[in-house]
Design a protein around this ligand. Structure first.
Ligand code: DGJ
Length: 699
């Protein structure tokens, strides 16, 4: 049983996962504190009671209460001065929350602790869920106003996690911006509060809601990770106190927002996820991928099809004949899913108009999209379509009819970005409208795939009925429509996109099958983006396209083979203008697509090892292992200096087993892991942008 009471200790429990234990208990007194006692490798059950000591304290002074540490839900109230996970303002401006323990309700894999602030009728539920098959612990909070007066919440995080003492408290995260998302960054947490946040209304390109902490390398050391499964604005604060301890509090919303909790209302936070692993950042990533496959992704066992997307080939110049021409060329390469991108609807001849008018452009598609998609299916491919449901151009029939449907304050400007405004998906009428036309499109054209885009941040985000609640309810509205579409159309698959990788997280991945990683399709720029993506999210969810050279965004020229090998590291797609590819390029592409399909299960479902190097800057390689099969993608963007060639050491193999490559050469796992391979790609001679795929099979 994974959630057990710790014997000999009152109100103390251990959440046991296959490899870890998370021990916590309720301290009662003048108020209740729920305190984390231990989070680390799983000890024998008999030893659990030895892990229940209070966190190291100190002497009480006029400035310090040693009990102010280690709580699962530190509140703004009482003798506490750290980062609060819960800040509530009661009637009369009272800001001190005082919780009292009421009961613990324990199920097989879940535990709910019920706490109450009696004076003001606030019921607080601390919820925890663990799994028998992975080490991730899910925690969330529910807040119910049982009083007759409104309560205002200034911070309602999903909980706080305590990171046990380390030598240096090194952290790893990702950061970036549009066209340079998810670049890994590492550092030592400074004393103070380090906040990673999104104020955009989406997960954002600039940061991603997770952190790893631990004095670890890629292959060694213990790592404590915290992630938030949420696709709207969020905030994750790591606090390193001068006293020495580190906590991480994560939740939805950002600084400055506050939410009314009406009498009788309940607010439930998204899950915050905690994971302890040993074996460096690589092992942490593999554990996250495992969790994603077992408990997050809706269709983890499927192989994601090779897709073609028309965006970089046609931009807004979308016509039936043009798309069919591309479809014929794509099918000849072995593409399995053809996605028509932006420009098929309304009067959408550029980005100034049309969003909101979700019917085929009568000039370009006088007979609708039926003939185009019939043609796509005749070519043996599935049909997919781009949509951007949350957006409207002021120059659209929808906006002319419903100017009040957008986020706005009546007295303030409505700033456009990319000429568009954000529809308020917190509104019932807006959601009903969106579900109506999306359902109709999927049904009418028998769509297998929607690319759900979202191309601007929130601004002037007013909602007369719900105020700041829109920052939560908009995201929930998006989730609800995706969920309902999937319910009505079980064969429909969805790609999450937000101007590239602006909406990548474990919240959206519960209802989408893959995400568009970045608008930057330059293979070299893409490598660090893909590496950062891989810290949390599995390769099957990472959409990658091979596009043209020179790249339309960066102007960089990269050989087709290198572009393919980079895009083959996730779910392969093609996004180039195939009408301009030479016969030789098309033939090479056909061979590479076939090569990808032959190893696709290994790449999409395999165990990932980031082997070596700095992707995009130096020679690097990534390895996937599934059962007896091993695939290595190796890259070298530059001709290196005249050093002896480095060997590439593989990982995670059986040292005693013999592995055979495509030419019949045989090497022991021990040789491959400890001595390594000499790769032509990594050799010092041969020019820039060399890459190769090595396929091995255990004999
Ligand atoms: C942004 C996406 O990331 C692109 O792939 C493309 O779909 C454009 N939007 C279309 O407007």
């Amino acid at each position: 049983m994974p959630l057990i009471p710790v014997s000999g200790r009152d109100h103390t429990w251990a959440a046991l996962t296959p490899a870890t234990a998370y021990v916590f208990g309720v301290e009662t007194g003048e108020e209740t504190r729920v305190v984390q006692r231990y989070w680390g490798p799983r000890p024998p059950v008999a030893a659990l009671c030895q892990l229940t000591g209070l966190p190291p304290g100190g002497i009480t002074t006029g400035f310090l209460d040693p009990a102010d540490a280690g709580e699962l839900l530190p509140v703004d109230g009482g003798r506490r001065w750290g980062v609060p996970s819960l800040q509530a303002v009661y009637p009369g401006g009272v800001r001190s929350v005082e919780l009292h323990f009421e009961e613990a309700v324990r199920g097989e894999n879940e535990l709910d602790l019920v706490l109450r602030d009696h004076d003001y009728g606030l019921r607080v539920g601390l919820h925890m869920r663990v799994f028998d098959d992975c080490d991730v612990i899910e925690r969330w909070v529910s807040l119910t106003n049982e009083s007759g007066q409104a309560v205002r919440l200034r911070r309602a995080d999903s909980g706080s996690w305590v990171i046990p003492e380390q030598a240096g408290f090194r952290y790893t995260g990702v950061a970036g911006g549009w066209a340079r998302e998810t670049h890994p960054h590492h550092g030592e947490l400074p004393i103070g509060e380090t906040t990673f946040t999104s104020r955009t209304g989406t997960t954002s390109h600039k940061a991603n809601p997770w952190i790893m902490i631990g004095d670890a390398t890629e292959t060694t050391g213990r790592v404590w990770s915290v992630a938030l499964a949420w696709s709207g604005s969020w905030r994750l604060t790591a606090q390193r106190r001068p006293e020495g301890d580190v906590t991480v509090s994560a939740g939805f919303g950002h600084e400055g927002l506050s939410w009314p909790l009406a009498p009788g209302a309940t607010l439930r936070t998204p899950p915050a996820l905690g994971l302890h692993t040993d074996g460096g950042h690589g092992a942490a990533s593999r554990a996250w991928h495992d969790y994603a496959r077992r408990h997050v992704l809706p269709t983890p066992a499927e192989e994601r099809p090779v897709l073609y997307n028309s965006w970089e080939a046609t931009w807004f110049d979308v016509t039936e004949e043009g798309q069919l021409d591309l479809a014929r060329r794509a099918a000849a390469l072995g593409v399995e899913l053809f996605v028509v991108d932006d420009g098929w609807f309304g009067r959408r001849t550029d980005d100034t108009r049309g969003l909101g008018d979700w019917w085929p452009d009568p000039d370009r598609f006088p007979r609708g999209l039926g003939r185009l998609f019939a043609g796509v299916r005749e070519l043996g491919m599935l049909a997919g379509l781009w949509v951007e449901p949350e957006m409207v151009n002021p120059d659209s029939d929808l906006y002319r009819k419903h100017p009040d449907w957008v986020l706005h304050y009546p007295e303030r400007r409505r700033d456009t970005m990319r000429n568009q405004l954000v529809l308020n998906f917190a509104r019932d009428d807006v959601r009903a409208w969106a579900l109506g036309w999306l359902d109709h499109l999927v049904r009418e054209y028998d769509l297998a795939y929607l690319k759900w885009d979202m191309n601007r941040s929130f601004s002037q985000a007013g909602w007369a009925e719900g105020g700041d609640l829109l920052w939560i309810e908009h995201t929930r509205g998006v989730y609800a429509i995706m969920d309902e579409l999937r319910r009505r159309h079980p064969r429909l698959r969805i790609e999450s996109c937000s101007g590239g990788g602006g909406r990548i997280d474990f919240g959206v991945l519960r209802r989408t099958d893959q995400v568009w990683t970045s608008d930057n399709t330059d293979a070299r720029d893409r490598q660090p983006i893909q590496q950062g993506f891989s810290y949390l999210y599995p390769a099957s969810a990472m959409s990658c396209w091979v596009t043209d050279s020179p790249n339309p965004i960066t102007g960089r020229e990269v050989p087709l083979r290198y572009r393919f090998h980079v895009a083959m590291a996730g779910t392969l797609g093609i996004g180039g203008d195939l009408t301009r590819w030479s016969a030789e390029e098309l033939e090479e592409a056909r061979r590479l697509v076939a090569g990808y399909k032959a190893v696709r299960p290994v790449i999409q479902h395999g165990v990932l090892h980031r082997l070596d190097g700095t992707p995009g800057s130096t020679a690097s390689a990534v390895q996937y292992t599934l059962g007896d099969r091993v695939v290595v993608l190796a890259y070298n963007p530059y001709t290196p200096d005249r050093r002896p060639p480095r060997r590439l050491r593989l990982a995670g193999l059986d040292p005693d087993a013999v592995y055979e490559d495509a030419d019949g050469a045989r090497l022991h796992g021990a040789t491959l892991m400890h001595h390594g391979l000499v790769l032509p790609t990594w050799h010092h001679a041969g020019g820039d942008y060399r890459s190769e795929m090595v396929v091995l099979r255990r004999t």
